[in-house]
Design a protein around this ligand. Sequence first.
Ligand code: GLU
Length: 480
Amino acid sequence: MAPKDAALPEPSFRESVDIMFNRAVALMDLSPGLEEKIRVCNATYTVRFGVRLRGAIHTFVGYRSVHSEHMEPVKGGIRYATGVNQDEVEALAALMTYKCALVEAPFGGSKGGLCIDPRDWEEHELEQITRRFAYELAKRDLINPSQNVPAPDMGTGEREMAWIADQYRRMNTTDINSAACVTGKPVNAGGIQGRTEATGRGVQYALQEFFRHEEDKKAAGLSGTLAGKRVVVQGLGNVGYHAAKFLSQEDGSKITGIIERDGALHDEDGIDVDAVRDWIVKHGGVAGYPDASHRVNGAELLEIDCDILIPAALEGVINMSNAERIKAPLIIEAANGPVTAGADEILQKKGCVIIPDMYANAGGVTVSYFEWVKNLSHIRFGRMQRRAEEARHELIVSELERLDDMLEHRWSMTPDFKQKYLRGAGELELVRSGLDDTMRSAYQAMREVWHSRADVKDLRTAAYLVSIRKVADSYRAKGL
Ligand code: GLU
């Protein structure tokens, strides 16, 4: 399929992913057979199940799509939203394949979804629905520690993952690895520290890495550090909230716009992300928030002047109808598929740099990988090493103190050095270190292709090249 011309109608989400894939494979030397094998979705299972609720039987429609099994288990979230459909889960499953390959998480790609508005149901009803959905998937090995490992996505979180894990456990009472059947669980139910904020943290680490490279900043017409940069974020859900919070509180960026379902907030002096999040929890939306101006048409704010635009909600929000008017020189795709293939071409022509979804939001699956390894090894990271590491550091510090005494205090350690140096790394520090390392390495792999090949004009194509190459190598190694 050739890249669509801007005058043609917007392709569907899955077509959009395929167009971007095709753009990349056109620059590779894969055999057409292997190219086709990697591109297509292996299978999509549709389930319709009934649950008796409020005195009547309600039928729900759910999906689990498996894109590629070049590595197993396959991995990817389960989304709860009314717009869930087969095209969407297949596009998202394909992105999971490329994402996992790019960040070297040893999984194939999968994705699931349930057509439901979680706000329509009470917690105990959602539990019944989730358990029934999990039962349907687990009985077909579409939830299984060695074959298919779901995780949270839009509309789901650790509460749903705990129900799924428990449901699987009830169905597999002798499986010692049952906790590894799903990731994103609460820490007290086999989860890992730092998973909830992992995708937002990954977005922050991705931007920090981007800002380490002068050439890359220059490509976007930016300079300096993240401090003071004007950031507009679309969607203050789990991903958008954490990304905006970390960027404003730790890197000194200014959140000048927040776009939500019921409009947008704008303040060039910066918006307090935590205060807005609290407001949304209390009032159900951003309208009425006193410390920023409110616009009813939120989408307009995507088009304001800013340094960094973070679409962190749905797919397709930057499309052929608004791409021309987007002013941000740098877009980081915290959501999956927020920029359509048509919009991508328009933005590239305008010189906008896009940090692509399969890299930008890979923090979630990266920490999911750590959680899965933790579950399979049945031990928390750092449990064996932490105190031994502290004891060794203690040796050095007391030796330095002895020398300090001997030299009659002619030099001394900086006041908090001792305290900082003595502290051994716990699970959270290790998770952050592993995530930071992953985001740095994956970015470097992408930028190396971006800058070394004249025919690669953008980071997305570079990301596809890196990940498709890895998937192709796995298939070849399997003898396909
Ligand atoms: N749903 C997340 C994603 O789209 C996380 C997937 C996972 O942790 O398996 O990347």
